[in-house]
Design a protein around this ligand. Sequence first.
Ligand SMILES: Cc1cc2nc3c(=O)[nH]c(=O)nc-3n(C[C@H](O)[C@H](O)[C@H](O)COP(=O)(O)OP(=O)(O)OC[C@H]3O[C@@H](n4cnc5c(N)ncnc54)[C@H](O)[C@@H]3O)c2cc1C
Ligand SMILES: *[C@@H]1O[C@H](CO)[C@@H](O)[C@H](O)[C@H]1NC(C)=O
Ligand SMILES: *[C@@H]1O[C@H](CO)[C@@H](O)[C@H](O)[C@H]1NC(C)=O
Ligand SMILES: *[C@@H]1O[C@H](CO)[C@@H](O)[C@H](O)[C@H]1NC(C)=O
Ligand SMILES: *[C@@H]1O[C@H](CO)[C@@H](O)[C@H](O)[C@H]1NC(C)=O
Length: 557
Amino acid sequence: MAKKPRIVIIGAGMAGLTAANQLYTCTSSKDLFELCVVEGGSRIGGRINTSEFGGDRIEMGATWIHGIGGSPIHKIAQEIQALDSDQPWECMDGFLDEPKTIAEGGFEINPSIVESVSTLFKNLMDFAQGKLHEDSASSEDVDFYKIAIRASKICTSNGGGGYGKLSIGSFLRQGLDAYRDSLRGQEEHQGYGIWTRKLLEEAIFEMHENTQRTYTSAGDLSNLDFAAESEYRMFPGEEITIARGYLSIIEYLASVLPPGLIQLGRKVAQIEWQPEAHKSLENGDATRPVKLHFCDGSIMYVDHVIVTVSLGVLKAEIGQDSGMFNPPLPSFKTEAISRLGFGVVNKLFLQLSPNHVEKGDNTTTNNNFPFLQMAFHPQDSELRHKKIPWWMRRAASLSPIYSNSSVLLCWFAGKEAVALESLTDEEIMNGTATTSSSFLKQPHKVIKSNSHEVCNGNSWGSEVKFTKVLKSKWASDPLFLGSYSYVAVGSSGDDLDTMAEPLPKIGNCESSSLHPLQILFAGEATHRTHYSTTHGAYFSGIREANRLLQHYHGVGV
Ligand SMILES: Cc1cc2nc3c(=O)[nH]c(=O)nc-3n(C[C@H](O)[C@H](O)[C@H](O)COP(=O)(O)OP(=O)(O)OC[C@H]3O[C@@H](n4cnc5c(N)ncnc54)[C@H](O)[C@@H]3O)c2cc1C
Ligand SMILES: *[C@@H]1O[C@H](CO)[C@@H](O)[C@H](O)[C@H]1NC(C)=O
Ligand SMILES: *[C@@H]1O[C@H](CO)[C@@H](O)[C@H](O)[C@H]1NC(C)=O
Ligand SMILES: *[C@@H]1O[C@H](CO)[C@@H](O)[C@H](O)[C@H]1NC(C)=O
Ligand SMILES: *[C@@H]1O[C@H](CO)[C@@H](O)[C@H](O)[C@H]1NC(C)=O
């Protein structure tokens, strides 16, 4: 009796479970493969980690469906009725409207000042993403379009290495300069306490840059490639969170698989594969070319392995002498892995002290802690509040997870996100409370367009206090070593395609005894246009499952 091909999927995250689901549902009636998923951790979901805090369901990892139009995640969520719940959930009311933008020192900034910088920033990003075109722009947008064109031209001519080296960071900065030139003379030196108009604009612009750092995971936007930004695709429609938790999607994908197919606590130490046809198979199972070594010392012979570990894990493995791949990955693979970016983004949840909860209503109100957008003082000067810790200074916002919730959420990126992981809860509560108090405590000095006034009505009124915190730790968890991928300056979309190529390299297998498709690659970082997302991971899982299905269909099994 011929042996069934044995397929092992490494990783029970979105990509791995989607591949398993596809392989299993497409062949279960034919009983074609021996299939299993091996997961190094003690839970399924990977970078999807639905959790609970202060009685509310929250997400430690993937949070949003980025556009519901055409998203396979949204389709599943609808089918399994995961989009409604009696219990409140994170961001159930979307992005809270009407953010309150406050400048360091407690100056509430007039919305018209915030809006002009926010519009500039949005238009610059739309331009970079290929969404802003001169013909479709309204007359006001046309000015921004000219600013953006000028910014990209200046960057290109200064780039030293041409278009491919232009970063989003330098493009944005040129855009801000061009914008300032277009306003030259207007209100330039007007003062508002410690603030001038120019400093305020700078601070608001930086605030948006900080949000962009969390969207992309590029800790430094000058390392985020400009040209690749326009290849990234978003689905149309609103962005929503999943009422029953992102994990409900994962559980659904896993639910069709027979018990035992997913093995937890099975960390792979090494993948021994056969890149050369002439090398005889010296293993105990001569027909299966790949030998998996697990951390517990056990081994397994397989025909195909689908690797879904994060780009962060791959980067760490190729940097080691005896890494995960034996023999090591060929250079076309390791070069793509090294060039692409993989950053750190962390989420911090904070429980407001009940002192702030209005009497008579225990949990549902928070005394209206606002959707606080923080414009930090851009210069390292004595005007800065001394007690605000450095790791808070690039957080863009702090806001309740839904209207009136007493749980607040703050996103961190880059080295601030890394630092957060090793701080104690006390240090975090102290630093965040000091920061938010300094923004909210004083009677607000409202910055209007030409003067500032003191106004008592709007302030939080007392010291902000927190009673507990919960934070994600994506960088220090050895199963992830970061959050999601981005196209770094020096890499391109081609590298994402290279990430997806199976081994041995296509073309090397023909006319030889070499086993094809020994190692396949799926995961968020293998999708050229939807990298960094759950749906990108989903599509990559389908892609690699179909690659194997087509392979076997082709030989008439
Ligand atoms: C903070 C944060 C916020 C995010 N927000 C969003 C969002 O709003 N919307 C969105 O679409 N996406 C978001 N993402 C990205 C999204 O979570 C990921 O793109 C997606 O979940 C990745 O799935 P994956 O299957 O490619 O990888 P993973 O989920 O990383 O799965 C890989 C699995 O491999 C396992 N593994 C690793 N090494 C080994 C080994 N040696 N042996 C065995 N198993 C191993 C890991 O434990 C893991 O379970 C966010 C991510 C983070 C961290
Ligand atoms: C407040 O909490 C108490 C117990 O903790 C509970 O009995 C009461 O119903 C709660 N009140 C409201 C308005 O939620
Ligand atoms: C909080 O930080 C301040 C300095 O920023 C320090 O003086 C104080 O002792 C800290 N408190 C705690 C409880 O750590
Ligand atoms: C939040 O609280 C305010 C006043 O405390 C109230 O007017 C508002 O309706 C509440 N919003 C929600 C969504 O509960
Ligand atoms: C996943 O969530 C749990 C809390 O439910 C937390 O302890 C764990 O650290 C999270 N994982 C990561 C990598 O943040």
